[in-house]
Ligand binder design. Structure first.
Ligand code: FE2
Length: 249
């Protein structure tokens, strides 16, 4: 199996490329619109063809390139069924693995950051999206987020995986790339160790984070599998334009 961790710097998102060496089929998890061409070039450079794009949830901080890649490369769009996206070609749910060549992606329902969030286990790795970050977790104050649900998801759905399972997060803002279930169980300052549910709920409640600057464009755009809304203001254009492209006028 081919595995690559790609970084999108505008939203500090990790996109994962998983490829089957036998069949040449590839999957991109959480691809980001401004990086669509780089991601597709990487798929092709490895001698692969893009079969599916998969998202962990409806993102609020970037727009998915699922639709763009479908247009450009003919890939199919897979998304958690619970979000009810009419633009998705395949609805994912826990208990029904996505099998692409020799790749087996197992959806794990992990609500709390959003109410439809899924992580994906691939053998000895787990792509945790925004449910579990390295030494952190996604915020729970938008998109029907729920700290109680997130605590349950991480403790009862992710921390029960084998200790040596490698944790690949949806974001990192400090150049960290990979962790493990054992490491997060032991030292995640929000969810690890003996931190109680009450503690965690109070901590999340007191974060007092600023309003996400792109959420009003990203959420409707992602409900359409990656459409950049026409009214995106100039100061946020970088979230829609290709990396390196500068807008005229
Ligand atoms: Fe998110």
């Amino acid at each position: 199996m081919i595995f690559r961790q790609l970084f999108e710097p505008i939203s500090s998102t990790y996109t994962y490329l998983i490829g089957c060496e036998q069949t040449g089929a590839a999957v991109l998890v959480d691809p980001v619109l401004p990086a669509w061409e780089r991601d597709l070039q990487e798929v092709r450079r490895l001698g692969l063809g893009l079969a599916f794009t998969v998202d962990t949830h409806i993102h609020a901080d970037h727009i998915t390139s699922a639709r763009k890649l479908k247009l450009e490369a003919g890939s199919r769009i897979a998304h958690p069924a619970i979000d009810g996206l009419v633009c998705a070609d395949l609805a994912l749910e826990e208990g029904k693995p996505l099998e692409v060549g020799g790749i087996r992606l197992e959806p794990i329902f992990t609500p709390g950051h959003t109410d439809g969030h899924h992580a994906y286990r691939i053998g000895e790795r787990v792509l945790t999206g925004d449910a579990l970050l390295i030494d952190g977790c996604g915020r729970t104050d938008f998109q029907n987020g729920d700290a109680r649900a997130l605590h349950h998801s991480v403790r009862n759905k992710l921390f029960v995986l084998a200790d040596d399972t490698l944790v690949y997060p949806g974001h990192d803002y400090n150049q960290r790339r990979v962790s493990s279930i054992a490491q997060e169980k032991a030292r995640n300052p929000r969810l690890g160790g003996e931190r109680s549910l009450e503690d965690f709920m109070r901590l999340m409640d007191e974060l007092d984070l600023p309003y996400p600057k792109f959420i009003d464009y990203a959420v409707p755009g992602n409900r359409e599998c990656g459409v950049c809304p026409p009214d995106v203001p100039g100061n946020l254009a970088q979230y829609c334009d290709q990396i390196g492209e500068s807008r005229q006028g």
